[in-house]
Design a protein around this ligand. Structure first.
Ligand code: GLY
Length: 353
């Protein structure tokens, strides 16, 4: 047997015994998540440390965040839309098979990441939306239909109505009296219905008011398991006071998260309406495939967005197959959480814009 073959066999078997996916790094397993969602990372860590797969760990982690209603922006009870309703966007991706399951604007079912997994594992589709996603999830055994509103979300919505439905996500429209219904504004500033310019009320606050500097908006989690397999997941209840039917970046593969077993993974958070136009996580993973270190890949993806939308608020976190992780952000200070074998507990990293 040639030396090269012997070396290959040694590397292969030692990687299995030591739990290193590629025989080079001693950094598996690893869990990385947006924001200081420490309990979510602990839940994922318990799963992956016990030998469960990266997909299992992502589900455990994101599901813990949904149950805890992390920051009111994950799971039920937060981010009411213009009708006061909470809906769920979620995605899971298996970096081994490149299979994806996702649900968007899902009503009445709180378990976003579990619903996404059911789509991935029991259908040949990638994305189910709205009430049809809810019906699918319930038929497949998830609890529901449930009211996803909470006292807090209803209170938030009532205050927004009292404030003339400001801020909102409309532009170039004329509302009847602050709130809708809205009509498109014509080029001369008048609608066909003849509302005057004095009635114009579009978005009067910047987009960052929807993605507050102090409110985190999404869990995006990447896991590399003991076998070196990679998975990612995202769960969010989206943007506060969104127009009903709006879907954010959460269930869009390559935008909120992306994974490739041979390369690594990425998770994103922030203004999904802007971010999904750039598929930042696809960009990060592809840059890492070409040899970029996670830090540079993350910075590059964020700066591509910032060049076109200097006011956007968002961040990405990247991890490569060697367990090297890094984040980059724009418009806010970003934090992400990590757990590895070398850490006694979850550690939180801070990234300045
Ligand atoms: N990043 C969450 C959203 O925009 O819906």
């Amino acid at each position: 047997m040639s030396t090269i073959k012997l070396l290959f066999l040694f590397t292969f078997f030692s990687s299995l015994i030591l739990g290193y996916g590629d025989g080079i790094s001693g950094k598996y397993p690893i869990v990385v998540s947006t924001w200081p969602f420490v309990e979510a990372v602990r839940a994922a860590w318990r799963a992956v440390d016990a030998g469960f797969s990266a997909v299992d760990a992502v589900v455990e982690g994101c599901s813990a965040c949904e149950d805890l209603r992390c920051d009111g922006t994950v799971g039920p009870g937060g981010s009411p839309d213009e009708n006061g309703e909470t809906t769920i966007d979620a995605l899971i991706m298996n970096g081994v098979t490149m299979e994806i399951g996702a649900v968007a604007a899902m009503r009445y079912v709180k378990d976003g990441i579990r619903a996404a997994r059911l789509v991935m594992e029991h259908t040949k589709h990638t994305l189910l939306v709205g009430e049809k996603a809810s019906a699918f999830a319930i038929a497949m055994g998830l609890p529901g239909p449930s009211n996803l509103s909470s006292t807090e979300s209803i209170e938030m919505w009532n205050k927004w109505k009292e404030n003339g439905c400001q801020p909102n996500f409309w532009k170039n429209v004329i509302p009847l009296n602050g709130c809708g219904p809205y009509r498109p504004k014509s080029a001369n500033g008048f609608s066909e219905g003849g509302y005057s310019k004095a009635n114009l009320m579009g978005v009067i606050e910047s987009r960052s008011s929807h993605f507050g500097l102090h409110s985190h908006d999404t869990i995006s989690m990447a896991v590399i398991d003991k076998m070196g397999h990679v998975a990612v997941g995202t769960s969010t209840n989206g943007a506060t006071f969104k127009i009903p039917g709006r879907v954010g970046d959460g269930p869009i593969a390559g935008s909120s998260s992306y994974a490739d077993d041979g390369v690594g993974a990425c998770g994103a958070t922030g203004d999904g309406d802007i971010m999904m136009r750039f598929l930042p996580c696809y960009q990060v993973v592809e840059s890492m495939r070409l040899g970029m270190e996670p830090k540079l890949a993350a910075k590059d993806a964020i700066s591509r967005i910032a060049r076109k939308f200097p006011d956007f608020v968002g961040a990405v976190v990247a991890v490569n197959k060697n367990g090297v992780h890094a984040g980059a952000c724009h418009g806010w200070t970003f934090q992400y959480s990590v757990r590895t074998l070398e850490m006694e507990d979850v550690e939180v990293f801070t990234v300045l814009p």
